[in-house]
Design a protein around this ligand. Sequence first.
Ligand code: ADP
Length: 509
Amino acid sequence: MGLLTNVVTIFANDCLFAMKNPMMEHLDGKFLIDGRLVAAVRADIPVHNPATGDIVGTSGHATLGEVNAAVRVAKHSFESWAGRPAKERAVYLHRLGDLIRQDLHELAHIMTREQGKPLNEARDEFVKLAEICQFYAEEATRVRGETILNDSTNHESVLVREPIGIVAAITPWNYPAELVGWKLGGALAAGCTIVIKPAEITPFTALAIGAKCIEAEIPDGVVNIVCGLGETVGQALVEHQDIRKVAFTGSSATGLHIQRSATNIKHMSLELGGNCPLIVTESADLPAAVAGAVRRAFRNCGQICISVNRIYVARPLYEAFIERFSQAAENLTVANGLENPNADLGAMVSTETLSKTVDHLHDAMTKGARLTAGGSPPKGPNFAQGHFFRPTSLADCTHDMKIMTEETFGPIAGVAPFDHLSEAVALANDTRYGLAAYIYASKADEIHYLSRRLNCGNVAVNNIDPGIINVPYGGRKDSGIGCEHGREGMLEYMSVKHIRTRYDLSGIS
Ligand code: ADP
């Protein structure tokens, strides 16, 4: 096929996908229960394209009966799944990763249509999902225990790790594939079965992953998906007596509610909100710091718990940083992510996230912040129906402004100067959150001083990716408990059993 024909075909396919998506239609109003896509009893939650406001599908809203059915089959499948050799579980996870990689184009369209992020970003997220499946496929075969000495030589203590049981995964809309993947990969590798409840505004990405689980021939009942509202469907899972672990990603308020409302003892991993600082010291490489700040403040429209929300810059670099940062923010493209796959920012997911951004902007402006970039939605008919906002930078921010203390979850960052590193640390730690922090500096002493004093679970120095799949990732304070990623992210789905044996060696010669 010639290059032009190729381009025309891709364009035609994209137009077709923009109007209609066959896989999405197939998933409309469905749940995954016991290895099959089944029609929900009630399917009455409209799912919108955030870039246009169009309804792109309908989500089921699970009844208590459907939630119980999903947990029942997960319970029924648990023993045989847990009892398989880890090497077999690894084969399924590898196959799932391969199948996801083979279908990136269609999967990305589904995500963009319901979440709003540009197509290429959605595609990258599915690539990461495939990597997560395959990382945990490998980890599954590396579980090990321990032998511990006793006071007497004919006793021996052995620690073995066993899967916890049935897991409820409750996931948000900002990374609707990866955040399912962290839980699915860790749980399945450990030998647990799972019931997933995706966010009500992005159910199709999770269901598409479910369809891939069917294609991968993961045994029936091992992966189940029920959709619907958090306060009913999510809550029913939290309160279900057979759920042994809740793996949750979402807001700190909902995380606290979940922790309080469990009605029996359950393991929990809670990956919650953040308000993440970036410190730029006088020794920093300024262009690198600006590039990092722009990427991590505005990627996914700032709808990331590890987004850079506030930036503290050493006073001698302060004005130069603001000028470059503001210019770089203005240079980013905002567009409908289906029409412009390479856009830097697509639509924000909902009116709620957009209004919170506007509220934080107004709050800061009335308290004396200086607007240096953005500050309004982009103009033009293409943006009229969607939740778009330009990347926004505010200088001279102080800690009485919401933007410096609360999680905005929007494309906006506040900047402030500092004079001493101890002041930067105090400002960075002045938050109820403790998820991630960023440092740009070139002096090793400064890096050591800052990184050891920042009270959070993840610190990225001269880069903006504190979360990589093979290293544990988790928050402190109101940002959560437990961890995901890495070997530790799988061990969170296992409990330890102590087997103490007395041997009688007296009769052996
Ligand atoms: P966000 O602010 O990102 O929308 P939420 O914490 O409200 O975050 O939602 C994250 C996930 O938690 C979603 O799947 C949502 O449906 C679910 N959820 C919300 N409330 C509850 C609840 N009371 N119990 C269980 N899950 C809930």
